[in-house]
Design a protein around this ligand. Structure first.
Ligand SMILES: [Zn+2]
Ligand SMILES: [Zn+2]
Length: 270
């Protein structure tokens, strides 16, 4: 009943998503080489729901489910809109000329990416992303009532007013609760990180409705934001830049995963 209500709610938001079964103790996801496993290879827990009192296994009913909302189709949808496709290069023509910081494009982090990866930076449609791991409540008291932890992607290419608009908060993962994920969060981030790596390393073919041409879209994950107490705090997001290391990039994600440090900004090398 719990999951049913949940799925109906998501359906109402018209979001396509994949259900990925997870170990009840958060060790692994049952995907790839584990896709047919009936028990967790690390801790031996059943993949299926086990009744507390009778210890009966309900085969076919997963003990824990991660929901992943694939990002490629959603980026493609963004560029399919003439208006949004134009807005996605806003930053390229609005760099500050008076030394004042109005957008992340004026931040040292942004400039550092331009210097470090000039080919990436030369394509203004390429996306600069931020990842928020928790503290978000984009759909009312959704996460508290349903004990799920949303992982949100934000696109910083847009103008400051659009950057933090509701439509730009892209739900990518719903991590099952009831507890807030700790160091095991990297288990749940895997599907998203793999797609982000693909976007960084190879890119995906996308049609741009504003420029009326197809191009190879790449994206970089600039930083992650954790434990923001409220959505409103984000209005001061540019001042949070000091929290983000200027060398952060998707490339350093794997390093972060290995360490499994939840609060570390991705790729701390300075
Ligand atoms: Zn396990
Ligand atoms: Zn860093």
């Amino acid at each position: 009943m719990f999951y049913q209500a949940f799925d109906e709610l998501l359906k109402a938001f018209d979001l396509g998503y994949e259900k990925i079964h997870a170990c009840v103790r958060d060790c692994c996801l049952f995907r790839k080489e584990l896709v047919h496993m009936e028990a967790c290879p690390h801790c031996g827990s059943s993949r299926w729901k086990v009744y507390k009192h009778t210890k009966k296994v309900r085969k076919g009913v997963p003990a824990k489910v991660l929901r992943y909302f694939p990002i490629f189709p959603r980026f493609r949808k963004m560029f399919k809109s003439v208006e949004r496709a134009e807005q996605l290069t806003w930053y390229d023509t609005h760099k500050s000329r008076d030394g004042m910081m109005r957008h992340l494009v004026d931040s040292p982090a942004w400039k550092s990416i331009d210097n470090k990866w000039p080919i990436f930076a030369a394509e203004p449609m390429n996306l600069r992303l931020g990842l928020a791991l928790d503290g978000f409540n984009p759909i009312g008291d959704f996460s508290s009532r349903y004990s799920c932890w949303p992982v949100i992607l934000m696109t910083y290419n847009l103008s400051p007013s659009l950057c933090m608009s509701k439509e730009n908060l892209m739900l990518t993962l719903l991590i099952p609760g009831p507890k807030q994920p700790g160091n095991d969060i990297y288990v749940y981030l895997q599907p998203l990180i793999e797609d982000l790596m693909e976007l960084w390393m190879n890119g995906v073919s996308v049609y741009d409705a504003f420029r009326e041409s197809t191009f190879n879209l790449k994206a970089i994950l600039m930083w992650t934001i954790n434990d923001f107490p409220a959505y409103g705090n984000l209005s001061g997001y540019s001042t949070k830049g000091k929290k983000a290391c200027p060398v952060c990039g998707v490339q350093t994600c794997s390093q972060w995963l290995k360490n499994g440090k939840k609060h570390a900004y991705i790729g701390h090398r300075r």
